[in-house]
Design a protein around this ligand. Structure first.
Ligand code: SAM
Length: 305
């Protein structure tokens, strides 16, 4: 089978859909998945299914992740998941978890395999500060339990580290993961803050230090293929470290193609000058556009590539 490979030899193995720009939280640091500022509606269930089907059938792309905005803001999100073709190896979503308790079982029944849940803090006041809302933390914690019960595992908790806000909470979060995880089904992801505009400098955390501390106490360290991410195992808890900033290894090992909330193919999180619009659900059209988008991929942090 033909593969989708870019000029730098990077094969596209996964699609990351932003299905909406709408969100029920207002996290002050949110990068909105690098969405362009001129959206034209939201991608339809049919278009999402068609893109996944063509990528799977013609190029063997077997992984799909949904993001947003908040995917669960879409009344038809369960339909999107249910409309995907058979034969995918991984169907996941990243959610803020606020509405997850209501949808976890339905999502699992529709074919979702696992979830990432954004949870930066276990402190209610800090949660309200970060998300610009009030009283949602408990809903997210209930969502974590619901996800585990529905078998949407492994559940990965996404924690963006913010200096002076939650960077002292890593041990507490690891303890929480240990408590709510049977057989290691809950894992922690520590994410480096991406500061595109340079207005979040005061919150930047030195991730070399974070990794240094983890390495010192880890019983094992594993390297993932995607982005060459490191996973440290500490007292049975898996802690994955996501360090995108200025990271040439991260870009060199990027195997994703993104789709914007209005259905345009997006070769890189950090650029919007190379998007590819798809005009119909016609198989040949989508196939050609996937190839065009792959040809436009270039590592943002290029190093010696
Ligand atoms: N609403 C969903 C959620 O909360 O997971 C999906 C959208 S959100 C943009 C996806 C992920 O991106 C979340 O885990 C969030 O923490 C992360 N994220 C958002 N802005 C970020 C930034 N500036 N740097 C690093 N990660 C960021």
């Amino acid at each position: 089978m033909e593969k989708l490979v870019d000029r730098y030899g990077r094969e596209i193995r996964s699609l990351r859909f932003s299905v909406t720009r709408r969100c029920n939280l207002r996290c002050f640091y949110c990068h909105n998945e690098g969405e362009p500022l001129d959206p034209k509606g939201e991608i339809s269930v049919e278009m999402a299914a068609a893109i996944v089907s063509v990528a799977l059938k013609h190029f063997g792309v077997r992984k799909v992740k949904f993001s947003g905005g908040e995917p669960l803001m879409r009344a038809d999100f369960v339909d999107i998941v249910a409309s995907l073709p058979k034969g995918l190896s991984d169907v996941s979503m990243t959610t803020n978890g606020v509405l997850l308790r209501k949808y976890a079982k339905k999502l699992a029944a529709a074919g979702l395999r696992r979830v990432n849940i954004s949870l930066d803090t276990l402190n209610e006041e800090k949660y309200d500060f970060i998300t610009g809302t009030k009283g949602n933390l408990q809903k997210v914690l209930d969502g974590v339990v619901a996800a585990v019960e529905a078998g949407l595992t492994p559940v990965k908790l996404n924690m963006v580290l913010l200096r002076g806000v939650n960077d002292d909470e890593v041990p507490k979060m690891m303890e929480f993961v240990r408590e709510c995880s049977r057989d290691g089904v809950v894992k922690l992801q520590l994410i480096e803050l991406m500061d595109f505009k340079g207005d979040l400098k005061e919150f930047a955390v030195d991730f070399s230090e974070v990794e240094h501390r983890l390495r010192a106490v880890a019983s094992a360290a594993i390297t993932r293929k995607l982005h060459r991410r490191r996973i440290y195992v500490v007292d049975g808890v898996e802690v994955e470290v996501v360090r995108p900033m200025d990271n040439t290894e991260f870009c060199k090992n990027c195997t994703r193609l993104r789709v914007t909330s209005d259905g345009r193919l997006k070769p890189c999180l950090l650029r919007n000058d190379n998007l590819v619009r798809i005009n119909s659900t016609d198989e040949e059209e989508i196939k050609a556009k996937l190839k065009l988008a792959a040809s436009r991929r270039a590592p943002f942090y290029a190093g010696s590539l």
